[in-house]
Write a protein that binds this ligand. Sequence first.
Ligand code: ARG
Length: 673
Amino acid sequence: MNLLEELRGRFAAALRALGEDDARWLEQVVPAKDPRFGHYQANMAMPLAGKLGRPPREVAQQIVHHLQVDDLCQEPEVAGPGFINLRLRPEFVVAQLQRLKTDPRLGVPRVSKPRTVVLDYSSPNVAKPMHVGHIRSTVIGDCLYRVHKFLGHHVIGDNHIGDWGTQFGMILYGYKHFLDADHYRQNPVEELARLYRLVNRLVSYRQQQEELPRLRQQQGELRGRLAQLESQTEATEDPKQRKKLRRQLQRLQAQLQELHQQIADTEAAIAQVEADPQLAELARQHPDIAQRVLEETAKLHAGDEENRRLWREFMPACLEALERIYRRLGVQFDVTLGESFYQDRLAPVVEQLLELGVAQESEGAVCVFLPEESAPLIVRKKDGAFLYATTDLATLQYRMERWAPDAVLYVVDHRQSLHFRQLFATARLWAKRVQERDPENPLTKLLDCELTHVSFGTILGSDGKPFRTRAGDTVGLESLLDEAVEHALRIVSRNDDAKPTGPELSPEQRRRVAEAVGIGAIKYADLSHHRTSDYVFSFEKMMSTTGNTATYMQYAYARIRSILRRGGVDVEALRSSEDPLLLESEQEHRLALALLRFPEAVAEVLVDYRPNLLTNYLFEELATHFTAFYEQCPVLKAPSDPLRRSRLVLCDLTARVIQKGLELLGIQTVEQM
Ligand code: ARG
C-alpha cells in the first residue's frame, strides 16, 4: 500500500464532505518532518481557512470530523495554527509488515490507471564515439523505464539514434580520402571514429580560419565604441547620466573580454593544427573540405548509390559497438528507431505544415514562427535539406500513429531545451490544424498527450569544465567503464584482504563484484544528483563506502545477507512464518516505518521524473534507520528467540527493499563483497 496516497484519498473524501474538491489541497498531506509530531501531517487547513474566511483551527477540526482513518491511525490531533497530525497505529504497522514478508512487490501497488508512455532516451549519434555525456540520458532513461514498468504503465523504450546526420558526411568523406584499410578490417568502429575525428578537426580548422577575420573585425569595432563611450562618459557632468554610461562601459568591457578569449581559443586551435606537419599538410590538400562534407551528406540523403551502400556497410558495426555498451550497462530498449527510419516521412511533413499554414517560406527556407519564441523553428533549409527538428516532428507523428501514447518523454540534456520548446509548440499547432479538418486523425491525440523534455545538467571534471576522458581514448565511454571497474577492483580487493577471518572471494568473484560496484557507482552518482544540476565526476567520491553511493548501499545489502548466512537462517521459512513482529524499541519502529514508505518513494520518482528521490529514500531514510537499528538492537544475539526472529525479518525486508530499489535504478547487488 502507498500510505501517502491512501491518506490523501481519505482526505479527499473528508474535503468533499466540506464541499472542497480541489486536488491541490491534497498535496498538503505530507510525511511529518519531525517524528515527535507523528508520521504524517496535513497542512491544508491554513490556506483553506483563508479561502473560507474562517479560523484555521476550526477548519482543521471540521476536516478531522469528516476524516475516516481509524483503521490506519490513532485519533488525529490538531496542533498549532491548524496542523493535523497523524500517527499510525502500531498494530496497523505490524500487519502491513507481515504482508510485505511474502509480497514480491514489497508493498508497491500497480497504478490504477496505467498510461502508455514513449520514453526516448540514450539516443546517441552513431559512428561518433560514445562519450561520458551519453551516460546521463542512458542511465536516467533506463531508471524511468524500470519504474514505469514496475508501476504497471505501458512503456515503450525508444532509442532514437542519430544515424542520418551530418557526421555521416564526415565519415563518408574520411572513408573516401583517409581510410586506413587494415585498421578498418580489424576494428571498423575505431577506424570510423578516427576518420570522424580527423575530418571534424579539418572542417573546424577551415571554419575557424574563416571565423578569425570576422572576430578580429568585431574586436576593432568594439574597441572603437568603447573609446567613444569612454570620452563621452568623461565629458558628462550629470552624475546620474554618468552612472548610466559607466554601466554601459562595463558591459562593453565584459563583451570585449569574452571576444578576446574567443579569439585566443580560435588562434590556439588553428595553431595546434599547423604545428602538426601531417595535419597541416592534409588541411592544405583539402581546402574545401567543409563544403565537400556537406555534399556527401546531401548525396546520402538524396539516395546516391555509393553513399547508401557505405552507410549500410558502416551501420552493423556501429550498432554492435553501442549494443556492447548497453549489454554491459544492463540497458534495454523495445525499439531502436533512428533518424534514418523517418527519412521518407520528412518531405510530406514539411508539405503538410506548409499546406496547413503552420509553416511559412522565408528567404527560401521553411520556418515555423512561434509567437512565444524569438527564433523560428526551421524545418527545411534553403538548399532543401531537412533538419533535426523535421525528423523529430515526423517521429512524433509516427509515435502517435503507432502507439497513441498518453505521454512522450525525451531524456535529453538541457542545451536542447529551446529545440524541445519549439518542437512541442509546433507539434501542438500542427495537431490543432489537423483536427479542424480531420478529427479522427491519429495526430490529434497529441492535443492531450503529455510532452516533456526530461532535461539534465552536465557532468563536470575536477576543473569544473565539462568532463572529458583522457585524450587518446578512442571509445570514451567504454574506457571509462573499464576504469571504473579497475577502481572498484582495488576497493573490493582491499576490503576482502582486510577481513578478520581472511579473504573470502576468488579472483573470479572479485571481478564480478567489481563490475557491479564500478558500473553501479557511475549510475548511482548520476541518479543521486538532482537531474537538472551539474555534478563533478569523481571515482573516489562515487565509490566511497561511507556516503550516499551505490557502493555503500551494496555493502549494506551484502552485510545483511551475511548476517542471515551467519545465523543459518532459512529465509523462505522466515518469510512464510506467522511469528509475531515485535517492534519494541524506537529504532525498530522507525525502521518499520521506513520500510513501509518504499512505495511512496517509488511513486515519487515519476511525479517530476526524479530518480534522486529514490536514492534519497534508500540512503537517508532506509539505510539511516537500519544503521540506528543495527547499532541498538542485537539481531543474532537478541535476548529472546521471538525477538531474534522478528529482528531477522526486519533485516530481510531491509535487504529486499535495498535490492529492489537498486534494481529500479538499474544497479546490481551482490551477496558477498
Ligand atoms: N541524437 C541526439 C543528440 O545526440 C539526441 C536525440 C534525442 N531525441 C530526440 N528525439 N531528439 O544530441
